[in-house]
Design a protein. Structure first.
Length: 286
């Protein structure tokens, strides 16, 4: 069952990235905090229903709920802006290579073994990122994309670590309770920050953006909730590489097929290296 959840999580993560990228074409978009605030309200509704209206409040659920909520606010902001200003394929490759942080932390804190071939895989992966993400002046990347991509990379790694820490603290329990607290914190903070963006007068946001916000709220909540469970149910050295690597590959396909992105030969080489690295890191090649 864990591997079925992993498959669903991978698909939803790819859908989320594509939706983030597609909304850039809209004229009257919500500011990023308003957009993510609407999505956070969806999180609350979905999670309360999934938890049958119950809520367990203890030190860990409240503390990690606030920590995760704060990290998720920044993570969603940088991911949204990175996907809007750059290609889905390359942006996903950079952001999801945060698995490196998670694998190293799993090795240090939880004593999960990392073999020589996995280190070889990490080295190949880093080289693949460098090749695939090469930007030239002629490339049509929007301003600040590099900054957003770096933020996406760092915060994605922190999210994975928070998942693992909470799982250890609560013995694989009360995930949904922690997420409800985090979602409430995210909603309040996002709307407060959004009010700083808002100009005087009424706003007529594009109806399509409301649909994007609601749908992103559902898929984002689902894959993050599943990942919180999977981070504790599967070894970190297996879960993080398989999830991130699969999202990288499928996002590259979605970028070409759905978003009409054109990958250069060197970028294709970089993605191929990423796929090979995944085999090493995920212990498929031993």
């Amino acid at each position: 069952m864990s591997y079925l959840f992993l498959l669903v999580s991978i698909v939803f993560a790819v859908v989320n990235s594509v939706l983030f990228h597609k909304r850039e074409a809209l004229k009257n978009k919500m500011n990023p905090f308003m957009f993510n605030g609407v999505g956070s309200v969806v999180w609350i509704a979905v999670l309360v229903l999934a938890n049958n209206g119950k809520l367990c409040l203890n030190t860990n659920t409240v503390l990690y709920g606030i920590i995760y909520g704060a990290v998720q606010i920044l993570f969603l902001f940088f991911k949204l802006k990175a996907m809007e200003t750059g290609p889905v394929s390359v942006t996903t490759l950079i952001g999801n290579c945060s698995m490196i942080f998670s694998v190293v932390v799993s090795m240090i804190i939880w004593n999960e073994p990392v073999g020589i071939l996995q280190w070889v895989g990490i080295a190949i992966l880093l080289a693949g990122i460098a090749i695939a993400s090469e930007i030239r002046k002629s490339d049509e990347y929007k301003p600040l994309w590099s900054l957003y991509a770096v933020g996406f990379f760092v915060l994605a790694g922190i999210v994975g670590i928070v998942f693992k820490l909470f799982s250890s603290a609560e013995n694989h329990q009360h995930y949904t309770d922690m997420f409800i607290i985090a979602a409430v914190f995210m909603s309040v903070c996002n709307f407060l920050i959004s009010s700083r963006y808002a100009k005087k007068g009424k706003h007529a946001y594009d109806k399509a953006d409301w649909r994007y916000a609601l749908l992103c709220g559902v898929v984002c909540c689902a894959y993050n909730r599943l990942n919180a469970f999977l981070a504790g149910a599967l070894p970190g050295v297996i879960f993080f590489p398989v999830f991130n690597g699969s999202v990288i590959i499928l996002s590259a396909v979605a970028g070409v097929v759905i978003c009409k992105e054109k990958l250069k030969k060197m970028q294709l080489l970089g993605f191929a290296m990423g796929a090979v690295a995944l085999l090493f890191i995920g212990k498929v090649i031993v």
